[in-house]
Write a new protein. Structure first.
Lengths: 340, 340
DNA sequence: TTGAAAGCGCTAACAC
DNA sequence: GTGTTAGCGCTTTCAA
């Protein structure tokens, strides 16, 4: 049985009130009493019972994260880094991180409601936002604190951190075009994800801006897994007039595309150029190392978390919205367009 | 302000006790009253305040997971799958999952102590066990519930799930030997990890059993990242008499090794054989697809979680210890040993 | 500067 | 069957 505030009170012959206030460093407690209390607390190995504090404060000091997973095997390096970013910042700010996973849909929404209504968390971090995001609509409707990684269609009246995917893809297309590529394949993310829209917009805009023919931009859609990158790259390469470059909208799909190309005996970076997006650590040591757009996921996790905590504490000045500027990380997966 | 049992009590003109018992389906409450209560609860949108319940029950219904990370960029597909496995099972059993990350060491241990003493969690899942595991020693000493993924040196008097890494690596070595490889490189995990010992044991035992010369087994050590696989493979291949096969002790390092080989113009599966361990989803669509040892991480997470919950509830019959039998997944990263 | 008393929302021992 | 009372461990009026 761990020591309680009552034990301390008894030990030093004071009231629990005094002990509580001393522990919380109120300034209506004499320094001597404070010392006394602290000493006793130390001696007894006192640790506050967090549940009691939470009940009393009607606050949980806990942040919720419901990771949207699809399918049983869920294995995305992206998320471990994101969780680490949130988790470390949360710990630093004295918050716990409650993690669960749910497939997008009703169950997922129900999980949000449940966690809120049972007072499990003080706020949510919403990740991988969708164009019409039921999670955000819900949270917004009931006025529950949250911060998002990513934006949505429509009203953007909530705190978020995002990277400018439009610009990111423009950098990619520009780079590819400078290498002489005129016919490009794009492996897009699922269309319901908001970042899909931005990235695709950037691609199309740049393509047009460069005066390339629209018919030379071939967009196929993947589901962010390596497998889908593999499959979609095959679809692209099976075309009668295949593109000379493939821009995948995340690194995992880019890896899949690399495999597909290599399976056909193509040398990536020479016969076919491939790019990714995210700059996960593995990009550095793939073969060839992947040219990609940097997205500092760990820091984003950290930022979103901080944003949310500020909201929860009510010290959020104005609506915080951060749009990060991406940069292109050039490695060896691209080369000049082969002569036709 | 959400409804409380007091509100329900008031509404139907009964005591809070009655309401509480009706809600918990005690059998000393008349069916009519139960219906009445349930109806009122429904009407008021009542949801129990979890913190109050936890305080009262002196139980948190929460499982802790402290992910051991090294370095700032932590991005391992292994862990996202493991977390998903635990998380889903936990949710299904009515438990929350509290996740944090800590570098192995004092801070990490302190995090365990802190979570325990502040009554944040009812039990821990310990992952990536070490030969001398301070976490397990601590937990064992204070008698706090836990279940581990992996074993340790010495007394194994705790519940765990592990895969038989010794056998797993034997399968690998046997397979490589059958392909004619006589000189092999091994990229081992950090020596303080328990699974390192088993896997290495398996390798050495099989090597000897097959009558191969000990000097033809070259062991180097990585840190489980792709980068280290890359570096260590280079070290191996730089040797005057390089091995014809490299067995990496996890998939990520195997990928790094593949890159290193390919950078040198070697064709993996022909000029050099490479194997991994884990069978993460990416192995299926790498180039070439990786031959590896299957380890059902999602299920393991699930099993460990269930084990722990049973322990917490005191319904753990005997000490549960599970050792899974590995299987070799043969894909295309290995081939016959090239003629000298 | 300190303490008594009330209460956060829920459960449980014991009476009626 | 149901209600009274007490209490989980903590914080917070309000009085002294």
């Amino acid at each position: 049985m761990p020591a309680t505030i009552k034990d301390i009170a008894k030990k030093i012959g004071k009231s629990t009130t005094t002990v509580s206030r001393a522990l919380n460093d109120f300034d209506d407690i004499s320094p001597e009493t404070k010392d006394l209390v602290r000493q006793a607390a130390e001696d007894l190995g006192y640790i506050p019972n967090i549940m009691a504090q939470r009940l009393q404060k009607r606050q949980t000091d806990t942040i919720g994260l419901i990771v949207p997973t699809s399918g049983p095997r869920f294995s995305d390096p992206f998320f471990s880094e994101f969780i680490a970013g949130i988790g470390n910042k949360a710990a630093q700010m004295g918050y716990d991180l409650l993690v669960s996973t749910r497939e997008p849909g009703d169950q997922e929404l129900e999980a949000y409601r449940h966690n809120i209504r049972s007072h499990r968390v003080d706020g949510f971090i919403v990740v991988r936002t969708r164009r019409q995001d039921a999670r955000i609509n819900l949270l917004r409707k009931i006025g529950f604190p949250f911060a998002a990684f990513g934006r949505t269609d429509g009203d953007l009246d909530f705190p978020y951190v995002d990277e400018d995917g439009e610009l990111g893809m423009k950098l990619v297309i520009d780079y590819l075009a400078k290498l002489g590529h005129k016919r490009m394949g794009v492996i897009a993310p699922p269309g319901d994800l908001e970042f899909s829209r931005y990235r695709l917009n950037g691609i199309r805009a740049k393509f047009v801006e460069l005066g390339l023919a629209e018919k030379d931009l071939i967009v196929v859609q993947g589901d962010l897994t390596q497998r889908s990158g593999y499959e979609q790259a095959n679809n692209l390469l099976d075309m009668p007039n295949p593109p000379t470059a493939i821009a995948a909208c995340n690194d995992l799909m880019a890896f899949g595309a690399m495999s597909a190309a290599q399976m056909r005996g193509l040398v990536v970076g020479r016969d076919l150029s491939i790019t990714g997006f995210d700059n996960i650590p593995m990009t550095e040591h793939s073969h060839p190392p992947l040219t990609t757009v940097n997205q500092p996921i760990y820091q984003i996790g950290s930022m979103v978390c901080e944003m949310l905590v500020k909201r929860i504490c009510g010290e959020a000045a104005d609506l915080e919205q951060v749009l990060l500027t991406p940069s292109l990380i050039v490695r060896q997966s691209c080369g000049p367009a082969p002569l036709a």
